[in-house]
Design a protein around this ligand. Sequence first.
Ligand SMILES: Nc1ncnc2c1ncn2[C@@H]1O[C@H](COP(=O)(O)OP(=O)(O)OP(=O)(O)O)[C@@H](O)[C@H]1O
Ligand SMILES: [Mg+2]
Length: 448
Amino acid sequence: MKLIGIAAFLAGAPVVVLAFLAAMGWASLWPALAGIVVCVATSGAFALVWGRDLDLLTDAVRRVASNDLNPRGTAESPVLMEALGREVSRISRRLAIRTALQEQHRRADTLILERLPDPVLVLARDRAIRRTNAAARSAFGDDTAAVLRHPAVRGAIDKAITTKLSQTAEISLPAPVQRDIYATIVPMDPPLADGGEVLVVLSDRTRERVIEHMRADFVANVSHELRTPLASLIGFVETLRGPAADDPPAQQRFLEIMAEQGARMNRLIDDLLSLSRIELTEHQVPSDPLDLKRLLERMVAGYEPRLKDRKVELALRIGDDLPILTGDADQMAQVLQNLLDNGLKYGRDGGVLTLTAAEAIPGKVWPNRRGVVVSVTDQGAGIPREHLPRLTERFYRVDKGRSRAVGGTGLGLAIVKHIVNRHRGQLLIESEEGKGTTVSVWLPVVQS
Ligand SMILES: Nc1ncnc2c1ncn2[C@@H]1O[C@H](COP(=O)(O)OP(=O)(O)OP(=O)(O)O)[C@@H](O)[C@H]1O
Ligand SMILES: [Mg+2]
């Protein structure tokens, strides 16, 4: 139809004029007829070419409009409208490049967001979640909605949208475990490619809060531990100057207690210094060879008098072919001393204290590598289960009174834990109430 229209439009006027001339006799019939045939034929041919060109161009423009920028169909190109055809292809090519670039940017945006170590949520204007990154999914999972529902966060999001300024909110999530979250709300103007208008960046501050508490607790604990013996020293000094000034036997008694309290303060300070020294070097794994068998034998010899005092029998089970370890001999001696001290202090008088050292069986309780386990087992009252996870905290004691009475500072197992950590080992405390306690230390055998 379109072709007939074009042909009729082109040939119409000359054909009518020629027919009119021939009809009026102003032109001879045959030349006029020949003229008409030529007109119809040329305009038909022209209409064919033009029509095809128009189809090609319309198709190309339509493809640009519908974003189908595949350079397909370039084999055919317009004949009469060649320049226009070239321009359309150029526009199409440019658009294709720009679209590819945009897509690349969008993908980069998504990837950056996805890989950010902090949990990030992307919200639409209506507060619906558009996207969450991997960190958010792993840290919050189903709790994401609870974070967004929190009144403080909701308020901050509203404010960020209306003021177009970043806002912050601090919240505490009670379940499943108490978590302190710091939320930063960033309004996006212009919006992100996916329509996101608000970024909610969450950071878990629980650890910092716990450390803050621990530091405050630590100072309070140290002050308290020092104040008790100090108060007693000051009290006795007053007594010696006043009421006991002329009572030599009482003076002797009081001086003895004062010496004990002084020694207690000294021990506490020694333990604190030792703990901070170990903490400072905890990242450096010791590299000196350590002959555990010799160390154990040397240590045990020093315990003879105390064992006799308490009528405790020491059962030694030291394997003959213990491998040579790498470790700090002084620090390992400190570990063993703490464990043996605890075994003696909290074990049963007249009972058996067992010291075992052997190659560990890899895999079940201990790591899947070669290692040695040293353990001290006593037959004391044991430790209630709920205390076990906290025993390595500084100043943590199950029975404060008993520990103080036997001269404990409550730092022994904290020191043990740090030394074991420094040796990249593991500490395990097992206890059964009424039966006794076993404290085991696993140390890796480093193949040279
Ligand atoms: N073998 C054990 N049996 C029963 N309770 C134990 C045993 N070992 C440790 N405990 C408990 O764990 C607490 C912490 O032990 P830790 O060795 O850290 O401190 P401590 O023995 O009180 O003081 P320190 O070791 O500094 O002299 C002890 O106070 C005690 O209540
Ligand atoms: Mg101890």
